[in-house]
Design a protein around this ligand. Structure first.
Ligand code: ARG
Length: 267
Protein backbone atom coordinates (compact mmCIF):
# COMPACT_ATOMS: atom_id res chain seq x y z
CA UNK A 1 0.00 0.00 0.00
CA UNK A 2 2.78 2.35 0.96
CA UNK A 3 4.54 1.84 -2.37
CA UNK A 4 1.33 2.38 -4.27
CA UNK A 5 0.65 5.53 -2.33
CA UNK A 6 4.15 6.74 -3.07
CA UNK A 7 3.87 6.07 -6.78
CA UNK A 8 0.48 7.72 -6.79
CA UNK A 9 2.00 10.62 -4.94
CA UNK A 10 4.77 10.97 -7.52
CA UNK A 11 2.18 10.78 -10.22
CA UNK A 12 0.30 13.62 -8.65
CA UNK A 13 3.48 15.61 -8.35
CA UNK A 14 4.20 15.14 -12.03
CA UNK A 15 0.69 16.19 -12.90
CA UNK A 16 1.12 19.19 -10.64
CA UNK A 17 4.27 20.27 -12.48
CA UNK A 18 2.62 19.87 -15.80
CA UNK A 19 -0.36 21.89 -14.86
CA UNK A 20 1.70 24.66 -13.34
CA UNK A 21 3.31 25.18 -16.70
CA UNK A 22 -0.26 24.79 -17.88
CA UNK A 23 0.41 23.19 -21.21
CA UNK A 24 -2.72 23.31 -23.31
CA UNK A 25 -4.72 20.11 -23.55
CA UNK A 26 -3.73 19.93 -27.19
CA UNK A 27 0.00 19.91 -26.50
CA UNK A 28 0.60 16.26 -27.24
CA UNK A 29 -1.12 16.69 -30.56
CA UNK A 30 0.78 19.86 -31.32
CA UNK A 31 4.03 17.96 -31.71
CA UNK A 32 2.34 15.77 -34.31
CA UNK A 33 1.04 18.81 -36.13
CA UNK A 34 4.51 20.32 -36.08
CA UNK A 35 5.86 17.41 -38.08
CA UNK A 36 9.45 16.23 -37.82
CA UNK A 37 11.17 18.45 -35.29
CA UNK A 38 9.08 17.42 -32.29
CA UNK A 39 12.10 16.92 -30.07
CA UNK A 40 13.63 20.36 -30.44
CA UNK A 41 10.30 22.12 -30.73
CA UNK A 42 10.40 25.51 -29.12
CA UNK A 43 8.10 26.28 -26.22
CA UNK A 44 7.04 29.91 -26.28
CA UNK A 45 6.61 31.77 -23.03
CA UNK A 46 3.27 33.55 -22.89
CA UNK A 47 2.79 36.28 -20.30
CA UNK A 48 -0.64 37.07 -18.93
CA UNK A 49 -1.92 38.99 -15.91
CA UNK A 50 -4.22 36.24 -14.76
CA UNK A 51 -6.48 38.35 -12.58
CA UNK A 52 -8.80 39.27 -15.38
CA UNK A 53 -11.70 36.84 -15.57
CA UNK A 54 -13.09 35.70 -17.91
CA UNK A 55 -10.08 36.50 -20.16
CA UNK A 56 -7.35 35.09 -17.91
CA UNK A 57 -7.55 33.88 -14.35
CA UNK A 58 -6.22 31.14 -12.11
CA UNK A 59 -8.67 28.30 -11.55
CA UNK A 60 -8.90 26.12 -8.44
CA UNK A 61 -6.32 23.75 -9.93
CA UNK A 62 -3.91 26.69 -10.08
CA UNK A 63 -3.96 26.76 -13.88
CA UNK A 64 -4.14 29.90 -15.96
CA UNK A 65 -7.39 29.59 -17.91
CA UNK A 66 -9.85 31.81 -19.75
CA UNK A 67 -10.93 33.07 -23.14
CA UNK A 68 -7.45 34.35 -24.00
CA UNK A 69 -5.84 31.04 -23.02
CA UNK A 70 -8.23 29.14 -25.28
CA UNK A 71 -7.49 31.56 -28.11
CA UNK A 72 -3.73 31.23 -27.63
CA UNK A 73 -3.95 27.44 -27.41
CA UNK A 74 -5.98 27.35 -30.62
CA UNK A 75 -3.42 29.52 -32.42
CA UNK A 76 -0.56 27.37 -31.13
CA UNK A 77 -2.34 24.22 -32.26
CA UNK A 78 -3.06 25.66 -35.71
CA UNK A 79 0.59 26.70 -36.11
CA UNK A 80 2.16 23.67 -34.44
CA UNK A 81 4.02 25.37 -31.64
CA UNK A 82 3.88 24.91 -27.89
CA UNK A 83 3.17 27.49 -25.23
CA UNK A 84 3.72 27.87 -21.52
CA UNK A 85 1.78 30.45 -19.51
CA UNK A 86 3.51 32.75 -17.06
CA UNK A 87 1.25 34.64 -14.70
CA UNK A 88 2.81 38.11 -15.00
CA UNK A 89 1.79 41.25 -13.11
CA UNK A 90 0.25 43.92 -15.34
CA UNK A 91 2.63 46.51 -13.93
CA UNK A 92 5.76 45.91 -16.00
CA UNK A 93 4.23 43.21 -18.20
CA UNK A 94 5.31 44.95 -21.42
CA UNK A 95 8.93 45.08 -20.24
CA UNK A 96 9.05 41.27 -20.07
CA UNK A 97 9.14 41.18 -23.90
CA UNK A 98 12.42 43.12 -24.01
CA UNK A 99 13.73 41.15 -21.04
CA UNK A 100 12.97 37.97 -23.01
CA UNK A 101 11.15 36.36 -20.09
CA UNK A 102 8.05 36.29 -22.29
CA UNK A 103 7.97 35.78 -26.06
CA UNK A 104 4.43 37.07 -26.31
CA UNK A 105 1.68 38.52 -24.18
CA UNK A 106 -2.01 37.72 -24.29
CA UNK A 107 -3.75 39.64 -21.57
CA UNK A 108 -6.81 41.41 -22.94
CA UNK A 109 -4.34 44.00 -24.23
CA UNK A 110 -5.86 46.87 -26.16
CA UNK A 111 -3.89 47.78 -29.28
CA UNK A 112 -3.02 51.48 -28.95
CA UNK A 113 -0.78 53.77 -31.01
CA UNK A 114 1.28 54.53 -27.93
CA UNK A 115 1.94 50.87 -27.19
CA UNK A 116 2.69 50.18 -30.86
CA UNK A 117 5.78 52.36 -30.56
CA UNK A 118 7.26 49.95 -28.03
CA UNK A 119 6.05 46.54 -29.22
CA UNK A 120 4.35 44.84 -32.14
CA UNK A 121 0.77 43.66 -32.10
CA UNK A 122 -1.02 40.87 -33.89
CA UNK A 123 -4.20 41.43 -35.82
CA UNK A 124 -7.18 42.01 -33.50
CA UNK A 125 -8.91 38.94 -32.05
CA UNK A 126 -11.52 40.57 -29.80
CA UNK A 127 -13.48 43.81 -29.68
CA UNK A 128 -14.06 45.58 -26.37
CA UNK A 129 -14.90 48.93 -24.85
CA UNK A 130 -14.67 50.59 -21.45
CA UNK A 131 -17.58 50.20 -19.04
CA UNK A 132 -18.58 52.03 -15.87
CA UNK A 133 -19.81 50.12 -12.82
CA UNK A 134 -21.56 52.25 -10.21
CA UNK A 135 -23.76 51.86 -7.17
CA UNK A 136 -27.40 51.32 -8.11
CA UNK A 137 -29.38 54.52 -8.17
CA UNK A 138 -26.42 56.88 -8.51
CA UNK A 139 -26.79 57.19 -12.27
CA UNK A 140 -23.09 57.67 -13.01
CA UNK A 141 -23.57 56.52 -16.58
CA UNK A 142 -21.16 58.83 -18.45
CA UNK A 143 -17.64 60.12 -18.09
CA UNK A 144 -19.09 63.58 -17.55
CA UNK A 145 -21.36 62.38 -14.78
CA UNK A 146 -18.33 60.80 -13.09
CA UNK A 147 -16.57 64.16 -12.70
CA UNK A 148 -16.34 65.12 -9.05
CA UNK A 149 -16.74 61.47 -8.00
CA UNK A 150 -14.11 58.95 -7.01
CA UNK A 151 -13.32 56.32 -9.64
CA UNK A 152 -11.29 53.12 -9.34
CA UNK A 153 -9.25 51.85 -12.30
CA UNK A 154 -6.47 49.36 -12.92
CA UNK A 155 -3.21 51.31 -13.11
CA UNK A 156 -1.84 51.71 -16.62
CA UNK A 157 -4.87 50.42 -18.50
CA UNK A 158 -6.96 52.06 -21.19
CA UNK A 159 -9.59 52.62 -18.48
CA UNK A 160 -6.99 54.60 -16.53
CA UNK A 161 -6.16 56.54 -19.73
CA UNK A 162 -9.77 57.56 -20.36
CA UNK A 163 -10.43 58.75 -16.81
CA UNK A 164 -7.02 60.43 -16.57
CA UNK A 165 -7.68 62.36 -19.76
CA UNK A 166 -11.08 63.53 -18.54
CA UNK A 167 -10.13 64.30 -14.92
CA UNK A 168 -6.47 65.27 -15.32
CA UNK A 169 -3.83 62.66 -14.57
CA UNK A 170 -3.00 63.97 -11.09
CA UNK A 171 -6.63 64.27 -9.95
CA UNK A 172 -6.93 62.55 -6.58
CA UNK A 173 -10.44 61.31 -7.43
CA UNK A 174 -8.74 58.63 -9.52
CA UNK A 175 -7.86 55.61 -7.40
CA UNK A 176 -5.41 53.36 -9.21
CA UNK A 177 -5.01 49.68 -8.35
CA UNK A 178 -2.48 47.10 -9.50
CA UNK A 179 -5.15 44.59 -10.44
CA UNK A 180 -8.73 44.99 -11.66
CA UNK A 181 -10.29 42.82 -8.90
CA UNK A 182 -8.86 45.26 -6.33
CA UNK A 183 -10.45 48.21 -8.13
CA UNK A 184 -13.81 46.43 -8.24
CA UNK A 185 -13.46 45.36 -4.62
CA UNK A 186 -13.01 49.02 -3.68
CA UNK A 187 -16.34 49.79 -5.34
CA UNK A 188 -17.97 46.91 -3.47
CA UNK A 189 -16.50 48.23 -0.19
CA UNK A 190 -17.91 51.68 -0.87
CA UNK A 191 -14.43 53.22 -1.06
CA UNK A 192 -15.19 54.72 -4.50
CA UNK A 193 -18.30 55.80 -6.34
CA UNK A 194 -17.53 53.95 -9.56
CA UNK A 195 -15.02 51.75 -11.37
CA UNK A 196 -14.04 51.84 -15.04
CA UNK A 197 -12.64 48.84 -16.87
CA UNK A 198 -13.00 46.54 -19.86
CA UNK A 199 -16.66 45.64 -20.47
CA UNK A 200 -16.16 41.86 -20.39
CA UNK A 201 -14.48 41.96 -17.00
CA UNK A 202 -16.90 44.47 -15.46
CA UNK A 203 -19.93 42.48 -16.65
CA UNK A 204 -18.42 39.28 -15.29
CA UNK A 205 -17.69 40.85 -11.91
CA UNK A 206 -21.10 42.43 -11.47
CA UNK A 207 -22.76 39.16 -12.45
CA UNK A 208 -20.77 37.15 -9.91
CA UNK A 209 -20.31 39.60 -7.05
CA UNK A 210 -22.56 42.57 -7.34
CA UNK A 211 -25.89 41.42 -8.69
CA UNK A 212 -28.47 43.84 -7.35
CA UNK A 213 -25.84 46.22 -5.97
CA UNK A 214 -24.35 47.74 -9.12
CA UNK A 215 -25.43 48.99 -12.49
CA UNK A 216 -23.21 49.25 -15.54
CA UNK A 217 -23.09 51.69 -18.43
CA UNK A 218 -21.06 52.36 -21.55
CA UNK A 219 -20.61 56.04 -22.31
CA UNK A 220 -21.50 56.36 -26.02
CA UNK A 221 -18.26 58.33 -26.43
CA UNK A 222 -16.06 55.45 -25.23
CA UNK A 223 -14.08 54.29 -28.27
CA UNK A 224 -14.09 50.78 -29.62
CA UNK A 225 -10.97 48.87 -28.49
CA UNK A 226 -9.30 45.86 -30.07
CA UNK A 227 -7.34 43.21 -28.22
CA UNK A 228 -4.13 41.98 -29.79
CA UNK A 229 -1.28 39.64 -28.90
CA UNK A 230 1.94 41.56 -28.24
CA UNK A 231 5.46 40.47 -29.24
CA UNK A 232 8.85 42.14 -28.91
CA UNK A 233 9.29 44.92 -31.45
CA UNK A 234 10.76 43.45 -34.62
CA UNK A 235 9.94 39.80 -33.91
CA UNK A 236 8.23 39.46 -37.28
CA UNK A 237 8.80 35.73 -37.55
CA UNK A 238 6.72 35.06 -34.45
CA UNK A 239 4.20 37.76 -35.31
CA UNK A 240 3.62 36.20 -38.74
CA UNK A 241 2.98 32.81 -37.16
CA UNK A 242 0.51 34.31 -34.70
CA UNK A 243 -1.30 36.25 -37.41
CA UNK A 244 -1.45 33.18 -39.60
CA UNK A 245 -2.96 31.26 -36.68
CA UNK A 246 -5.48 34.02 -36.02
CA UNK A 247 -6.50 33.94 -39.67
CA UNK A 248 -7.01 30.19 -39.48
CA UNK A 249 -9.08 30.20 -36.28
CA UNK A 250 -11.19 33.05 -37.63
CA UNK A 251 -11.96 31.28 -40.89
CA UNK A 252 -12.52 27.76 -39.53
CA UNK A 253 -14.96 28.92 -36.85
CA UNK A 254 -12.73 28.04 -33.89
CA UNK A 255 -12.57 31.64 -32.60
CA UNK A 256 -16.37 31.89 -32.72
CA UNK A 257 -16.62 28.62 -30.82
CA UNK A 258 -14.30 29.90 -28.11
CA UNK A 259 -16.25 33.16 -27.97
CA UNK A 260 -19.51 31.28 -27.44
CA UNK A 261 -17.98 29.10 -24.75
CA UNK A 262 -17.14 32.18 -22.65
CA UNK A 263 -19.69 34.80 -23.69
CA UNK A 264 -22.60 32.97 -25.24
CA UNK A 265 -24.03 33.44 -28.71
CA UNK A 266 -23.00 36.65 -30.48
CA UNK A 267 -25.84 39.12 -30.68
N1 ARG B 1 -7.68 46.29 -22.18
C1 ARG B 1 -7.11 47.09 -21.15
C2 ARG B 1 -5.76 47.60 -21.58
O1 ARG B 1 -5.18 47.10 -22.48
C3 ARG B 1 -6.96 46.36 -19.84
C4 ARG B 1 -6.20 45.08 -19.92
C5 ARG B 1 -5.84 44.52 -18.56
N2 ARG B 1 -5.51 43.13 -18.68
C6 ARG B 1 -5.24 42.34 -17.66
N3 ARG B 1 -5.06 41.06 -17.86
N4 ARG B 1 -5.14 42.84 -16.45
O2 ARG B 1 -5.24 48.53 -21.02
Amino acid sequence: FAATAMIAGLGLLAVGCGSSSNAPSGTADNSKNAGSSAQTEKVYNVGSDASYAPFEYVNDKKQVVGFDVDVMNAIAKAEGFKVKYNNTAWDGIFLTLDQNTNDMLISAITITDQRKQKMDFSDPYFEATQMIAYKKGTNLTTLNALKGHTVAVQNGTTGDDIVSKAFGKANSDIKRFDAMPLALQELANGGVDAAVGDNGVVVNYVKNNGAGKFDTAVDPNFPKENYGIAVKKGNTALLNKINDGIKKIKSDGELDKIYEKWFGKKK
